[in-house]
Design a protein around this ligand. Structure first.
Ligand SMILES: [Mn+2]
Length: 271
């Protein structure tokens, strides 16, 4: 889907990420896990027209819920970040029982008065009823958000870790802390992985990426930890426009996050 109204082609990402997946093996040497052991079902594409927000929202949520009903975890390949709202509704539990963990350079808290776009899914979800105290945002970049949206985040009680804080504290520490914190009040957790949180050197296919972002290995570790956590039910991977990619670096990174999530899932229940 493309909800940004721009000429970006994030709708081509699922196909490109699937192609990138074929260039990896299935063995996670760090975890000593062969992802081949995981039973995976591919649900195919859910094409979303321009009229998506008005007429196709319920249908999209239904598609996500059908995928979720079949297993322990779902990965949604965007598409742009506009899919996140439908994804959270797809959790199928009351919004006040949901937690959201975003990896994103941006708050995605833009005003709602000009409609729903890839710039305001978190703002829409706050309005819909997800408590701000059950939202954690990791990887927020300097000079990428306006002060007004940082204020919205603070006033809503959203927890924020900037990219510099990730570099100082370590990604594993912050993700583990975020998942434990969200588990205090949320029955289920949704992970929104906006690939523009990466340093632009690794994400030329994301229009929002900037120099100074996270490194691919950090998000790979983050996705693995999320996959491992029992309450994480859905993770989206969004904002990749393959027509802007260079040497497939962004699509390969996105595919590695899916694989890391999958190998994390195989650790569930093993504690
Ligand atoms: Mn985003």
């Amino acid at each position: 889907m493309n909800s940004s109204g721009s000429a970006e082609r994030c709708d081509l990402a699922p196909q490109a990420i699937r192609a990138a997946l074929a260039r990896y093996s299935l063995f996670d040497e760090d975890a000593a896990i062969d992802v081949e052991r995981l039973t995976v079902r591919e649900f195919g594409d859910v094409p979303l027209s321009e009229a998506y927000w008005d007429t196709n929202f319920a249908r999209t949520v239904g598609s996500i819920q059908r995928a979720k009903a079949g297993g322990d975890g779902v990965v949604l390949l965007g598409g742009d970040n506009g899919i996140t709202r439908a994804g959270v509704f797809g959790l199928g539990v009351p919004l006040e029982r949901c937690g959201i963990l975003t990896f994103d350079a941006h708050h995605d808290l833009r005003d709602l008065n000009r409609g729903l776009t890839n710039g305001n899914p978190i703002r829409a979800l706050l309005r819909d009823g997800v408590p701000g105290s059950q939202i954690v945002q990791i990887g927020i970049q300097p000079f990428a958000n306006s002060a007004a949206y940082a204020d919205v985040a603070r006033e809503a009680g959203i927890s924020v870790a900037t990219v510099d804080e990730v570099y100082a504290a370590g990604i594993q520490t912050l993700v583990a802390r975020a998942l434990a914190y969200l588990s205090e009040n949320a029955d289920v957790i949704y992970v929104d992985l906006d690939v523009d949180v990466l340093d632009r050197a690794f994400a030329p296919a994301c229009s929002g990426s900037r120099p100074g972002g996270l490194q691919p290995w950090m998000l790979r570790q983050a996705a693995h930890l999320c996959g491992q956590h029992e309450r994480v039910r859905i993770m989206d991977i969004v904002e990749v426009d393959p027509t802007k990619d260079i040497a497939d670096v962004t699509c390969l990174a996105a595919a590695s996050f899916l694989l890391a999530f999958a190998s994390g899932m195989l650790k569930r229940g093993a504690k």
